[in-house]
Design a protein around this ligand. Structure first.
Ligand code: 5GP
Length: 188
């Protein structure tokens, strides 16, 4: 049986990574990994669905126990991919998405060189700023901080295998599908 693809999706906060992956998954079979985080629960989020919400101490205990495939500190909080069922799913031929930030993405590439890294770019920094403001989650200060992080992330994205400029959702989904199809053909 052919192994599934491990697909890392990264991009600045507010760029629409989650929406893109969820839209792709409506018509394609894949699994979206649920991360753990030590950040506070936000808006309508639910524990075990959006994230596994852990305290800083619980997170650190799980790092020591070797529970994470990768983890990183982002905006002063821990974020990590639980190892649990990912290897199993890939071995069963199921594609797995990790929607994670760039430091974690590069750790994955180092550990699993056949993973593919895709960076989602905003059409411009101004458009990203407007999207963050319209989401209404963050204070002005937090938005300024997210934009600063976005600039660093854009620099790191040069190490990624592919970039998609997320201008229009349907066209981004088509691009994502063609990258995945091409990668599968390469492995045939
Ligand atoms: P947010 O707090 O907005 O949900 O996420 C902040 C950033 O952390 C986003 O870029 C998100 O993709 C990233 N992130 C989410 N889960 C993980 C993870 O398991 N590992 C890493 N390295 N980053 C993650």
């Amino acid at each position: 049986m052919k192994k599934g693809l491990l697909i890392v999706i990264s991009g600045p906060s507010g760029v629409g990574k989650d929406t893109l992956v969820k839209e792709y998954m409506k018509s394609n079979n894949a699994f979206l990994s649920i991360s753990a985080t030590s950040r506070k629960i936000r808006g309508n989020e639910k524990d075990g669905i959006d994230y596994y919400f852990l305290s800083k101490e619980e997170f650190e205990k799980r790092i020591d126990e070797g529970d994470f495939l990768e983890y990183a500190i982002y905006n002063n909080c821990y974020y990590g991919t639980p190892k649990s069922e990912i290897e199993d799913l890939l071995n069963k031929g199921i594609d797995v998405f990790l929607v994670i930030e760039v430091q974690g993405g590069l750790q994955i590439k180092e550990k699993m060189s056949d993973s593919i890294l895709i960076f989602i770019k905003p059409p411009s920094i101004e458009i990203l700023e407007n999207r963050l403001k319209n989401r209404g989650f963050d204070s002005e200060e937090m938005i300024a901080n997210r934009l600063k992080i976005a600039t660093v992330e854009l620099e790191i994205s040069k190490k990624y295998d592919y970039c998609i400029i997320n201008d229009d959702l349907n066209s981004s989904v088509r691009k994502l599908k063609s990258i995945i199809d091409m990668e599968k053909e390469k492995r045939n």
